[in-house]
Design a protein around this ligand. Sequence first.
Ligand code: SF4
Ligand code: SF4
Length: 327
Amino acid sequence: MNASNTPLTAAEIKDKARELGAHLVGIADGAQMELYPPDPDDPRRPSDITERDGNRVIVMGYHINSATSRLPAWNHQHKFYNDELTLTALEEMALNLVFWLESRDCPAIVIPANMVNTDGPDIDPTHHQKPVLSLDHAAVEAGLGTLGLNQQILTPEFGPRVKLISVLCSADVEADQPISEALCQGPECGRCLQACPADAVGHWQRDWDACDKYRVPYGFVPTMEFLEKLLSEQDLGTKVSMLRSGESYQLWTGIMRGAGVITGCRRCHDVCPVGADYETMIGDALKEIAENSAAKTERLAEMAAASLLADSPGKGYQSRWIGKLPA
Ligand code: SF4
Ligand code: SF4
């Protein structure tokens, strides 16, 4: 059902999003996202958030600033801080789009990329928590790009160097179509795998538990581990030293600002050669990949050989979001 009494068009919504600052904007068909959840065994669909206002998923992106991508260390504090600022700006932009949509009689709701369920019997915060809606997959449905070797969104403009947010509504407007050809260059490129400090990049998949140790280095799990160590320490002097340590300070600043809690490693974004920004803004700084190894090179060669098989991982259900790979 379209709750809007005032006719809206897709072009008007996109113009408004761009006027509010969005670098990228696309509109996904909620019905397609209902039919094709990223993981059918654990579907996370618009209808799991709202039964009424999820017929359209407006996906918007900000380009992350290039100077931070040019910093080679995965854990450079300026990456964490600048990304946190980008996410804050995205949230404000999305909320303003919601206000605008609702002023046009169209109920709407902001869903950020990192929102997870915090209640329910199956919650286990010591392992990777999937977001309530995968915005990387939604961005593909909205025609913004295709997924890469480690399931990161790749866009023609900025490769994976984007932060995403979404707005759900049921405006009766035209949805975009996914890009059909894969943007990812596959294991023959493999720079994301070479650069990953967690060695979490698989063949069109990712070890999310391993990734999270770097992607959210000051998140819930490291905070709980630190507190457990602190509580079990018997010596008062050691306890006080732990409280005043650099580790404690990092966790505190993370809680205060979100830097390292909702931001963290994105080395796989930085080194990816896809995106018009790569050659002009980034490539000269990231030619060498210090984290590469002979074992990683060997694994990529095995993946490249496996890619030729008819049942290779990129050619099954996930090909909807990976796109058509070169024969
Ligand atoms: S975010 Fe970091 S740890 Fe996770 S896959 Fe990318 S490079 Fe690896
Ligand atoms: S770095 Fe290469 S393999 Fe990885 S996502 Fe980008 S294009 Fe694909």
